[in-house]
Design a binder for this molecule. Structure first.
Ligand SMILES: O=C(CO)[C@H](O)[C@H](O)COP(=O)(O)O
Length: 230
């Protein structure tokens, strides 16, 4: 699939998701190229139908800027008492609707918004769907103070760590941390790995989103749009 075709599929899944957003609800908006199409579609609903949202929270400055450019006011997660629905992209989604996220580096805020949302919908093109999680480096956000120890430990565990880079420098997250991408593929036991990472001191967050997604909207190259529910 070339990029143009993939973008078209992302746009279709995103447009379908935008139709599910209810007036006067509290909306979480994720990050990434698919979400950028979703924000465009939200803007169109605002212009055509006067869609109004009680609050919008987002998971990156990129999405925030795009939303504000369309006239939406964006709040901080800490300032809202609940989120009705969050729409986000994903890097890989398996048959149980568990996923890998964080390809764009926004995994910590993405997980916090997702966990605090009543419902989570992911929008993907068919290339993101896999039988088993893997096929994409698993991002792990780590504190700078103990990142070297984390990196060595991951290497000893056979998790194939690599520093996320931004040119010649280490990539720095929104919170001033680094990302170690684990090239373990396939991930043999996602729940076991998630538990290990959750218990590792110095790990701020990781990109295994398990039991988080309620519904995935998948755009297929044959023109169909499929919805799968947990
Ligand atoms: O998790 C993410 C960012 O941290 C994105 O949702 C994920 O990387 C998908 O991005 P795209 O829609 O550009 O393929």
């Amino acid at each position: 699939m070339d990029k143009q075709q993939q973008d078209q599929l992302k746009r279709e899944a995103a447009t379908k998701a935008a139709m599910l957003v209810e007036n006067n609800s509290v909306l979480g908006v994720g990050t990434g190229s698919t979400v950028a199409f979703f924000i465009d579609a939200l803007g169109q609903r605002k212009a055509k139908e006067g869609l109004t949202l009680k609050h919008i929270v987002t998971t990156s400055n990129r999405s925030k800027k795009q939303l504000e450019g369309l006239g939406f006011k964006v709040d901080e997660l800490a300032d809202v008492d609940h989120v009705d629905l969050t729409i986000d992209g994903a890097d890989r989604v398996d048959e149980a609707l568990d996923g890998i996220k964080g390809g764009g580096g926004a995994l910590t805020l993405e997980k916090n918004v997702a966990i605090n949302s009543k419902k989570n919908i992911w929008i993907v093109d068919e290339s993101k769907m896999v039988a088993h999680l893997g096929d994409f480096p698993l991002p792990v956000e780590v504190l700078p103070i103990s990142c070297e120890q984390n990196f060595r430990k991951f290497a000893q565990e056979g998790l194939k760590p690599q520093w996320r880079m931004n040119g010649t420098e280490r990539y720095v997250t929104h919170y001033g941390n680094y990302i170690i991408d684990l090239a373990v593929d396939p991930i043999p036991a996602p729940h076991g790995l998630a538990a290990y990472l959750d218990q590792t001191v110095g790990v701020v967050e990781h990109g295994l989103f398990l039991n988080v997604c309620d519904q995935v909207i998948i755009a297929h190259s044959d023109g169909t749009i499929e919805t799968q529910e947990r």
